[in-house]
Design a protein. Structure first.
Length: 272
């Protein structure tokens, strides 16, 4: 597992965007062999999405042959609702880039048969050859997507009941009214994420420091589902200084030392 410690959220976001763009360009995707990108919502990726838009506008990357699969969506929330993840992705990324509408995949939380929707979502991923890079954020309790503490490490896309902690955390998007936050969601599973060829997780801010500590310095634990990244062959954590507050000094120094070149040569990510 690689851990890249950036000085702040802005530099973290820029590095993540450049890394994604570099990977897309390196594959030289075509309509028959697209680059398949897994995407999250929430506050963590917003900066990276802004940087990806800038790279697209500068002609540094195209999304015409990119297929995306989002991590999750609330059940029962209309797609046009300002807090639906369909709406979030359109406003934060998709409408600003050249990705074809048919290449965008987001779980349908209003499907008449939710179990069928989950099954077919997994089948779609397999049909395009699997996910090349899964980008993700993490919750304060260490969860990925809506894989709450206690989720199976081999889980696949499914219906998930949200914990009170998660609903309270998300209430800020619903007029600070927990009762307005949907109680269930469709989410990719940990097994879905682990099947990606590469996984890149953003962990930023002091409020995520405890999660980063559990994910990095303690063992794999289904109560901190992000810790499963320890088992991925190509797992990366991009974090900022604030998020490292609970890590050992030696851990921080070690990863800063071995990732020094990667942090100092950001422009190289698009020229290597």
């Amino acid at each position: 597992m690689r851990i890249l410690i950036h000085k702040d959220y802005d530099s973290l976001s820029k590095w993540v965007a450049y890394y994604i763009a570099r990977n897309i360009n390196a594959k030289k995707p075509t309509p028959d062999k697209p680059f398949v990108l897994g995407l999250p919502t929430g506050s963590s990726p917003i900066g990276a999405y802004k940087e990806l838009i800038k790279l697209y506008q500068a002609g540094k990357v195209s999304f015409r042959n990119v297929v995306t699969f989002n991590m999750d969506e609330y059940v029962g929330l209309p797609e046009g609702h300002p807090e639906s993840y369909h709406y979030f992705m359109q406003e934060r990324l998709f409408r600003h880039i050249d990705i074809p509408k048919e290449n965008i995949n987001i779980p349908n939380g209003n499907a008449p048969d939710l179990e069928k929707e989950c099954k077919e979502y997994e089948e779609k991923i397999l049909k395009v050859g699997g996910i090349d890079l899964f980008l993700g954020g993490i919750g304060v309790d260490g969860h990925l997507a809506f894989n709450e503490p206690g989720s199976s490490m081999t889980s696949r896309t499914r219906i998930k009941t949200l914990t009170l902690d998660t609903r309270v955390a998300n209430a800020r998007f619903f007029d600070n009214d927990v009762s307005k936050v949907p109680a269930t969601a469709l989410t990719v599973g940990l097994g879905t994420i682990m099947s990606a060829k590469e996984v890149l997780i953003i962990i930023n801010g002091i409020q995520k420091a405890r999660a980063l500590y559990h994910v990095v310095e303690l063992g794999v634990n289904h109560m901190w589902t992000g810790s499963m990244l320890q088992l991925h062959r190509y797992g990366i954590i991009a974090c900022d200084e604030e998020a490292t507050m609970e890590l050992k000094v030696g851990t921080v120094k070690y990863f800063k030392d071995i990732e020094r070149h990667a942090l100092e040569n950001l422009p190289d990510l698009l020229t290597e």
